[in-house]
Design a binder for this molecule. Structure first.
Ligand code: BTN
Length: 264
């Protein structure tokens, strides 16, 4: 693995842990999973260029040099319980949305792991578990200075955007990473995680799917219907046209069209 010595910023991770910055890595998630046994709770890893970034469902995630933010954070096993395990991804999406809102961007979240601006995906979250230590690595991919040409070079399932495309101004991924980590530290504080209701209220305020008809593709079926929001365990709730309510824990969501007004 090409991991020349990183710059180590003590205290740059969460709760006083370290932030390591590599010039290039295949995947920050893969690096942190490989080093999970020696890592501290809150340790973070960033790559200026990520050469083999991975997304959900084994998709690729492009993060070209200085145009993407590729960042991963380790949550130690001691901080993971059946109640908190479902909260790390949505809490991280909210932290990214808050950092983007500081830039004046109308950032919204889309179940289960996306951040959108004006209906286009600007960031994705990938949480992966290290089976040996029980730690979770949360990976954040944020399109900072990517251009339409970067997206045209690869097939995309959902339309994508970047901070640069939205603002017309190049941004520096470094300070953005600092702001994301700042908000993440608050979102993942044990007191915040003990209050999932507050987290889901924040989610509802930024929910890109609110009031929409959606299609959810899972490994076994595709369901279409009215999005009813999220449950407090992180599940997606959907009402299909036969009036049945469904609760889904995984899937790929597309908005189909605006829902008609509800009649009683
Ligand atoms: C998705 O939307 O499918 C999730 C994308 C997650 C990409 C990030 S970039 C940093 C970290 N390292 C990886 O290899 N993937 C995540």
């Amino acid at each position: 693995m090409a991991d020349a010595s990183p710059t180590v910023l003590d205290g740059g991770g969460l709760w006083g842990a370290s932030l390591r910055i590599f010039a290039a890595l295949p995947s920050t998630n893969a690096w942190l999973l490989d080093h999970a046994a020696d890592a501290r709770h809150g340790d973070a890893v960033r790559a200026l260029h990520q050469t083999a970034g991975r997304g959900r469902f084994n998709r690729n995630w492009i993060s070209p040099a200085d145009r993407g933010l590729a960042l991963s954070v380790l949550i130690g096993a001691a901080g993971i319980t059946p109640e908190t395990v479902t909260l790390f991804t949505p809490a991280t999406a909210l932290a990214v949305a808050e950092a983007l809102a500081e830039r004046g961007l109308p950032a919204m979240v889309k179940w289960p792991n996306d951040v959108l601006v004006r209906g286009r995906k600007i960031a994705g979250i990938l949480a992966e578990r290290d089976q040996r230590s029980g730690a979770i690595v949360i990976g954040i991919g944020l399109n900072v200075n990517l251009t339409p040409g970067d997206f045209a070079a690869q097939p995309l399932l959902h339309p994508a955007t970047s901070v640069f495309i939205e603002t017309g101004v190049p941004d520096d991924p470094g300070p953005l990473a600092t702001r994301v980590l700042h908000h993440l530290e608050q979102q993942l504080h044990p007191e915040s995680l003990a209050q999932p209701r507050a987290l889901w209220e924040q989610w509802a305020r930024r929910d890109a799917l609110h009031g929409l008809r959606i299609r959810v593709a899972t490994a076994i079926e595709t369901l279409e219907g009215l999005y009813l929001g999220t449950a407090h365990d992180g599940a997606l709730r959907l009402r299909t046209d036969d009036g049945q309510d469904h609760v889904l824990f995984t899937g790929d969501v597309s908005a189909t069209r605006t829902a008609p007004p509800q009649t009683r």
